[in-house]
Design a protein around this ligand. Sequence first.
Ligand SMILES: Nc1ncnc2c1ncn2[C@@H]1O[C@H](COP(=O)(O)OP(=O)(O)O)[C@@H](O)[C@H]1O
Ligand SMILES: [Mg+2]
Length: 267
Amino acid sequence: MARRVAMVNNKGGVGKSGTTVRLAEGLAKAGKRVGVVDMDPQGNCSQMFGWHYSPAKKQPTISQAIKADREGAAREVFQPIDWDCDYAGRISIAPARLPLENRMSEAGVAGAWRRLEKALEGVDDTFDYTLIDCPPSLFHLTQLGLAAAHDAIIVTEPDFYSIEGAKRVRDFIEHKAPKDLANPGLSLRGVVVNKYKDTVRQSEQRDSIRRIFGPLVWEPTVKQIEQLATSNNNGVSLEESKGDRLSEIRATYELLTQTFLKEIPLP
Ligand SMILES: Nc1ncnc2c1ncn2[C@@H]1O[C@H](COP(=O)(O)OP(=O)(O)O)[C@@H](O)[C@H]1O
Ligand SMILES: [Mg+2]
């Protein structure tokens, strides 16, 4: 089975999807096979991989696999990403779009929170890592992700409300996941500080993240760099991107990927 890692924060806009995509890219560059599950109905992460829904093609999405509530249901859902670089073939996406919202209404059905875990069973064995990009909430869709995961990474901005969101995730993993999601093995492995702007206030906020999370805080910090948002918006790899500060961006994610491989090693 792949090592399954949920990417979480209760707060939106902190860079969960962007970090998921760039870590998947870094891992693939390092030769790992990576599956990415988009659990946010906004489908940002799918789009960052160049994936677009077209009604004519009838592409399956993760929503269908979850609705099916059957072991292995995600098999038909993983598909190639639409990047043009040599490592793109090592990344597969289980994409999402708005109908994933409808899975929320089924949350009350017995055992509903196990549906992603079931859907992935026997399916992600071909990957080294499965990254699960969660929505900005701690409700059902995120719980599906956390129930299926072995590990969790929090992405946070050095900003008061993002840090509050990060603390709620940590408490949820500590106090709720063991019993309520029957996942006592779920382990918070890292905190990625993203969108760092070199100001006094942000530097103080980063210090407070380090005080709260201690050695869980990963290096390096990812700076706020416009080019990164452009690459994300264009749905392209860092290899294909054109613009400023790309060598700095590539170097940052190469180092962050090394931290990932050190903190979440394969057996
Ligand atoms: N380090 C960064 N520098 C600049 N823009 C970023 C950075 N990280 C993320 N973004 C941009 O910020 C916006 C929100 O990021 P996203 O990954 O979608 O957040 P989330 O998934 O937490 O809601 C997106 O437009 C994304 O491209
Ligand atoms: Mg997102």
